[in-house]
Design a protein around this ligand. Structure first.
Ligand code: AHN
Ligand code: ZN
Length: 326
């Protein structure tokens, strides 16, 4: 019996010693503990947003979801700014919009910015059935999923701070672009109203960050992320860093080493007025006509088409990047 007591501790010591010295003898590399992203949590945050109903500006569902996002961010310990502003759509409708900014370590000058849009489209203009064109979408993927990934990242940051400061922005009024059925206004744009306003009027004078990452449509089953044109032009190093992080974490099948299309999304508006190089992690599908996912701007962008695997791939990759920054 006494022999076991002697040998078991010896075996344990020798095992741990081997592990620590196995890599580089002499100087032990500081191992970085990256939190484990919970896809269950992100899935719940997605369904909680969708449960409010379509988050179309000027509706009660939109107001309710805005309060939800603000209170969640506060509960994770972020300093929260609410930027309320009236913004005009392409056809002159006044939207009561709200950009929501959550800051971790606001005093830290070494910062990165993560963002997504939280509003949903008032049209289903890509739906196969024209009777649905004027119905709003659930926006489970186009809106909620990306915000849910950012909420779960915020929860993890609240539990354990990384070395850098992190700002998370939920932009409003991204998705009121001219619908394809509106022949009068084709070419008038109309997207990205919230980010365009914030970029010109940031919550903090002269706000800047080392870089920014936009998440857009990051929760569909089988989603694939290609290197988006403006992202690659403006921030090839950040693209490289994120795609490498995905590889290291075993999500190489989601992050494809190939070029995607060019998308005039919130990141382009941020870069127009703020000197922050930004990338867009966005589902690109070479098979569809519009190159977005198959349920883009249709009634099928609902909770039935949300994938925990995709949420995990994006969320864990981003946590790896965030916790490796010095
Ligand atoms: C364009 O389609 C030009 N920009 C908006 C991209 C988008 C719409 N993302 C989500 N919904
Ligand atoms: Zn959209």
């Amino acid at each position: 019996m006494t022999r076991y007591f002697l040998f078991i501790p010896l075996i344990i010591i020798s095992l741990t010693t081997c592990r620590q010295t196995g890599k580089s003898p002499g100087k032990a590399e500081a191992r970085i503990d990256v939190p484990v992203f919970s896809a269950d949590s992100a899935y719940t945050y997605t369904s909680e947003q969708v449960a409010f109903g379509p988050r179309v500006p000027n509706t009660q569902s939109h107001r309710d979801c805005g309060y939800f996002l603000v209170s969640k961010m506060k509960s994770f310990g972020a300093t929260v700014y609410e930027q309320n502003v009236n913004l005009k759509t392409y056809d002159g409708i006044e939207l009561k919009a709200k950009n929501i900014i959550g800051s971790f370590q606001p005093e830290n000058k070494n910062r990165i910015l993560l963002f997504a849009h939280w509003d949903t489209r008032p049209f289903s203009d890509q739906d196969p059935n024209p009777e649905n064109y004027k119905k709003p979408i659930d926006g489970a993927n186009d809106g909620a999923g990306a915000c849910a990934v950012l909420l779960e990242i915020a929860r993890q940051i609240g539990l354990k701070q990384p070395s850098i400061g992190v700002d998370i922005i939920f932009f409003d009024a991204e998705d009121w672009g001219v619908p394809s059925f509106d022949k009068e206004y084709q070419g008038f744009g109309g997207y990205c109203l919230g980010s365009d306003f914030w970029a010109q009027n940031p919550h903090e004078k002269n706000y800047t960050a080392r870089y920014g990452i936009l998440l857009d449509m990051v929760s569909a089953p089988g989603a694939r992320f290609y290197k988006e044109y403006y992202s690659k032009q403006a921030a090839p190093g950040i693209i490289g860093k994120v795609w490498e992080a995905a590889q290291i974490n075993g999500f190489g099948q989601f992050f494809i080493d190939d070029n995607g299309g060019s998308v005039e999304d919130d990141h382009v508006h941020v870069m127009k007025y703020r000197t922050i190089p930004c990338i867009n992690i966005i589902h690109y599908d070479p098979e569809t006509e519009h190159n977005f996912g198959s349920y883009w701007h249709t009634q099928k962008d609902n909770m039935e088409n949300i994938s925990k695997e995709t949420l995990q791939a994006v969320g864990q990759t981003l946590l790896y990047v965030i916790y490796h920054e010095k």
